[in-house]
Design a protein around this ligand. Sequence first.
Ligand code: HEC
Length: 145
Amino acid sequence: MRVTTRLLATVLAGALPLAAAVAQQIDPAEVTRPEGVALHDAATAELEARGAELFRDTNLSTNGMACASCHADLAQYRDSFAEPYPHAVAMARDMAGLDEVTAAQMVQLCMMVPMAAEPLPWDGVELAALTAYVEAERERFAETR
Ligand code: HEC
């Protein structure tokens, strides 16, 4: 009995900091475009094509996930995704305390939360490409409503 209690205490002591880390909030500054920094500019079709590739790229995450692991065939989006950006998103509010987000911010949030990775460089082609792809996904999603 005593051994069981001690074992339980050890397990709990190990599990609690883990639970705290999982519930940790994202610093909103990490998913907010710095003032004076613009997204990489290129032709929309070019960015969307690159975005479609990156959407399936598991190298973007640290946990083997690609965006498409969750979002293939418009899966796992909620009603908010039918609205033009910026708009309110539950994950953005819960994880970063943001009342509304742009498409680029949503890419950065999913990079940090489900993909367990660093946010992408704000002026890089990857963020611009995924943002363009997400904008196109949003239109396809809205059409299904
Ligand atoms: C492990 C699953 C998972 C992965 C991987 C993932 N997401 Fe998400 N994503 C979600 C969930 C869950 C939501 C719904 C969040 C909400 O509505 O509160 C979401 C929502 C979104 C939204 C829509 C938010 C809105 O309503 O405007 C976009 C855009 C998005 N993700 C982009 C991405 C991109 C880009 C990647 C890859 C970099 C990615 N996601 C990877 C789970 C995932």
